[in-house]
Design a protein around this ligand. Structure first.
Ligand SMILES: Nc1ncnc2c1ncn2[C@@H]1O[C@H](COP(=O)(O)OP(=O)(O)OP(=O)(O)O)[C@@H](O)[C@H]1O
Length: 263
């Protein structure tokens, strides 16, 4: 991988821990009673918040990503992939450790906030502006974004509210909007899993393009084939720990052994 690592570092994750605090999870019956209140005061003295449970989602993870790399993030459900991606995007604070990014990271997820009551068209325009494109740039790219999404292939859906779209259609539109701009660091969460096969192929090609023009692409996916086709390096997280970091073939082979079969 000497070639891809010749670029400058774009993301440095240094000994990062991420902890969620779930409020209300420790509440028991008799919450309003004097004994419960006393218990809470006593606990507070020990530095614990009452009724708060901690979930340690990412543990001491370190890696450096370089310009030109496409990096897959894999791991079984709940292993911390989305959490790590959100932290790199600057959307979640770290408990300890540090994350440095060169340029603005953009998180492109199937959960990206589009407005369900607005039409696809309004969402394309607002989404473009929200990513920092000018009105003119949005206008220029508008048709291409709609065409790429394929939303209008089966009728004039782009002028209907997003709530009338199937989950696959919404995911396609999100991906089209998010990938319409060149990104320094593009973080993609499962975007490929939801579209149909032909859209998956198109989005894989788009990722390869973005990667050539832009900085670094991160892709979270449970689809090992997408990872194999798109990424040259893979980080494998398990129970919040970085279990392996290396060339795609090697890491996927170990992961497939671990999960007991190819996906
Ligand atoms: N908002 C939250 N509050 C509390 N705990 C959370 C929250 N989001 C995630 N977690 C916990 O953090 C851990 C990591 O979750 P995360 O979503 O990052 O995993 P993942 O690898 O992306 O999983 P999947 O493959 O199922 O999408 C899990 O134990 C999960 O229960």
């Amino acid at each position: 991988m000497a070639d891809s690592r010749a670029g400058a570092p774009t993301v440095i994750v240094d000994q990062v821990d991420i902890v969620y605090r779930v409020h209300g999870a420790g509440a028991t019956a008799g919450r309003g009673s004097a004994t419960a209140a006393l218990g809470r005061i006593l606990k507070r003295g020990k530095g614990e918040s009452p009724g708060v449970r901690k979930v340690h989602a990412v543990k001491k993870v370190s890696f450096t990503a370089y310009k030109g790399e496409a990096i897959g993030l894999i791991g079984t459900n709940g292993s911390g992939k989305s959490t790590l991606l959100k932290a790199v995007a600057g959307l979640l604070p770290v408990e300890s450790g540090r994350i440095f990014t060169d340029g603005q990271p953009s998180l492109l997820g199937v959960n990206a906030a589009l407005m369900n009551d607005l039409t696809g068209e309004r969402n394309v325009r607002l989404g473009g502006l929200a990513m920092g494109m000018s009105r003119e740039q949005v206008q220029e790219r508008y048709q291409e974004i709609v065409d790429f999404s394929g939303i209008n292939e089966k009728g004039d859906f782009i002028t209907l509210p997003m709530r009338t779209y199937s989950s696959g259609m919404s995911a396609r539109l999100r991906f089209s909007i998010g990938s319409a701009k060149d990104h320094d660091v593009l973080l993609i969460d499962e975007a490929l899993a939801t579209g149909d096969r032909s859209f998956q192929k198109r989005s894989e090609a788009r990722i390869r393009e973005l990667r050539k023009r832009a900085g670094t692409v991160f892709l979270v996916s449970h689809n090992n084939k997408s990872i194999r086709d798109t990424c040259d390096r893979v980080l494998w997280l398990e129970r919040g720990e970085l279990r392996m970091d290396g060339p795609t073939g090697e890491v996927l082979a170990a992961y497939e052994d671990f999960t007991g079969g190819k996906k």
